[in-house]
Write a protein that binds this ligand. Structure first.
Ligand SMILES: [Zn+2]
Length: 322
């Protein structure tokens, strides 16, 4: 049956307070016992993990390592709690460390959003969101961290996994691939029912102060097609197998969205990314505005690369049709 879990792997659906809904946590029961994305310190998350382990004949104290696919709070909020109980290692992509240890301090990101035309009074909304999420996030002891780079291998659950670091949804996002069983743990890079948001990400090295998240995201998709997995274990939603079909649908979705943004731009004449996001998503509120701007900025990068839009040099940046 498609989507059946391989022997020795458990899936636990853990609640989150976010619109995305529950996050998928995976437990590799063989040694070294490994928990992937243990959710947030919210609702009955810790009991759900304890119960699932117990029912499989394991205890929290048996957990050797906790792997975080990426530093978004729905995936890592409880990743500090579990190793403390189990004396386990915390494993993540090298570039995710600032997100994990700064306890939701997103000061640099607020500087980025100011460049995109988001009014100052919205910055407080974003700060309070991060502050609220901080309370659902257990601190991670840095001495427990083991950092992964693209091309590394990782022993987990009795298997030897290839490590794939693919920026886009998050700069140090890690996926794991077992070339023997051709199982792929995709985190949020590949999801069956949701197109991952190209989340805005600060980058002090870049002249714009940010990553080109959607450009990076799309450039990683072919790598997953080449792996040709038989089963994908995603960070949210159902398991699936047809990566080729999913990536084609994803590319089509982004083409359609880019054309929608061009149409809106034609109506407005010129606009900041924030103004475009309000025109495109007039009903979204609070933190979702940040995600709306991320979505728009990602496509503006694609349109600028294609020569279909031009960007002014003053701040906040404004775009005009080419
Ligand atoms: Zn997620």
């Amino acid at each position: 049956m498609i989507g059946q879990l391989p022997d020795g792997i458990l899936a636990i659906s853990l609640p989150t307070p976010f619109p995305v809904g529950p996050v998928n946590c995976y437990v590799f029961l063989e040694d070294p016992v490994t928990v992937i994305d243990p959710g947030m310190m919210w609702s009955d998350t810790t009991e759900l993990i304890e119960t699932a382990l117990r029912q499989a004949g394991r205890n929290v104290s048996d957990v050797d390592q906790v792997l975080i696919t990426h530093g978004h709070p729905d995936h890592f909020g409880a990743a500090g709690w579990l190793p403390q109980e189990a004396d386990a290692t915390v494993i993540c992509g090298r570039a995710e460390v600032p997100k994990l240890v700064e306890m939701m301090d997103r000061t640099r990101l607020i500087e980025v959003v100011a460049r995109l035309g988001i009014p100052n009074d919205m910055h407080g909304v974003f700060r309070s969101f991060y502050e609220g999420v901080r309370h659902l996030t257990h601190p991670i002891a840095t001495e427990r961290l083991h950092l992964l780079d693209d091309g590394d291998s990782l022993r987990a659950g009795g298997r030897e996994w290839q490590v794939h670091v693919t920026p886009g949804h998050s700069v140090g996002h890690v996926a794991l691939f077992d070339p023997v069983s051709r199982v792929l743990v995709s985190g949020d890079h590949l999801l069956a029912c949701i197109t991952p948001n190209p989340v805005l990400e600060a980058d002090a090295e870049s002249p714009d102060g940010r990553r080109r998240s959607l450009v990076e995201y799309l450039s990683s998709l072919d790598r997953f097609v080449r792996l040709d997995p038989l089963l994908v274990l995603p960070g949210h939603g159902p398991r699936f197998c047809d990566v080729q079909m999913l990536t084609e649908a994803t590319r089509r979705h982004h083409d359609v969205r880019a054309n929608e943004i061009l149409d809106v731009m034609d109506g407005l004449g010129e606009a900041t990314p924030y103004e475009l996001s309000r025109a495109l998503f007039p009903d979204i509120e609070d933190f979702s505005i940040m995600l709306g701007v991320s979505e728009v900025v990602g496509h503006l990068d694609l349109l600028e690369d294609d020569g279909r839009l031009l960007r002014s040099s003053e701040l906040p940046c404004r775009y005009v049709p080419a």
